[in-house]
Design a protein around this ligand. Structure first.
Ligand SMILES: [Zn+2]
Length: 299
């Protein structure tokens, strides 16, 4: 299958409307495998939601104009209290989920995101530039699925219309987005008419099509009567930013006496990355070295 694990950006000529389509296979499979290994019985529904979150955060990261991280996270008090995905400026993706009651999720047939998150669901978008200030937007989760929740987020936080279509199965996670841009090329009336036509056309996409067709075929089927200009596809991949150094920083942050207290009860300080499953272990000598080096750096 051509152009999987890539984002295709496109614009509609002579209008102020843009779009993106993403297909994830390898990166999605990696996240599925990591999460299946971490949990005995990770429900299929949850794995597919992870795929939707990955597709969505990658689409959102198309607007990142600086180097940094973009995180999409939902929280609630239900059987799945947290799910999130993160995209780097270089289009490295990772995702994680917390499941408290896998059996309850398995028992629910075709549960929505809102069902799994339970009450008081929140959707947050966090932008962390490498340089500069963090930005966080949070909206209460009132709609049922992720695409609708994101549309709701944009309706509340930006004036520009944004629509999403997301789908995932066992093999693939995919997403389509169209978005209004600030008026520049066309007048307001022309843009509004095009926006109505384009969203009505995009509305005809079926999950099965998103999950089985390649990006060009999908765009042709939807928009062959519009003037669509395609940009070069941008590759995306699974990428975890965990490292021994970051773990050492975590140990530093808990302090030497606390670290020693842990080591007096167990032989090693063990940290498992909940994104990629990598295990990090630190023995007494390594822990001592971490604090000694930090001490040296201070003087
Ligand atoms: Zn990791």
């Amino acid at each position: 299958m051509a152009n999987t694990d890539s984002i295709q950006h496109f614009i509609f000529d002579s209008t102020d409307i843009r779009g993106e389509i993403i297909t994830l296979e390898e990166a999605y499979q990696q996240v599925r495998n990591n999460n299946m290994a971490a949990e005995d019985a990770m429900p299929e529904r949850v794995l597919q939601l992870l795929g939707e979150f990955m597709a969505a955060v990658a689409l959102l990261s198309g607007t990142l104009k600086f180097e940094g991280l973009l995180t999409l996270q939902a929280r609630g008090d239900g059987a799945m209290p947290m799910i999130m995905a993160e995209a780097s400026y270089q289009k490295g993706l990772r995702a994680a989920v917390q499941v408290n009651d896998a059996a309850a999720i398995e028992a629910l047939e075709s549960a929505s995101l809102a069902d799994l998150l339970g009450n008081q669901g929140l959707l947050a978008i966090l932008i962390q530039p490498d340089k500069g200030e963090r930005y966080q937007g949070i909206v209460p989760l009132v709609k049922t699925d992720l695409a609708e929740c994101l549309e709701d987020y944009f309706a509340q936080s930006e004036q520009l219309g944004t629509r999403f279509w997301l789908a995932a199965d066992e093999k693939r996670a995919t997403g389509l987005m169209v978005q209004e841009l600030p008026q520049q090329l066309a007048d307001a009336k022309t843009n509004a008419e095009h926006w109505q036509t384009i969203t009505a056309l995009a509305e005809t996409i079926k999950d099965e099509e998103l999950l089985s067709l390649d990006q060009h075929t999908i765009l042709y089927r939807l928009f062959n009567e519009e003037e669509v200009r395609l940009f070069d596809p941008v590759p995306v991949s699974f990428q975890c930013s965990c490292s021994e150094e970051r773990c050492a920083n975590t140990i530093l942050s808990i302090g030497q006496s606390e670290a020693q207290a842990i080591l007096s009860e167990q032989d090693l300080i063990t940290m498992d990355c909940h994104f990629c499953g990598q295990k990090y272990q630190f023995g007494p000598q390594q822990v001592e070295k971490i604090f000694a080096e930090a001490d040296k750096a201070r003087h």
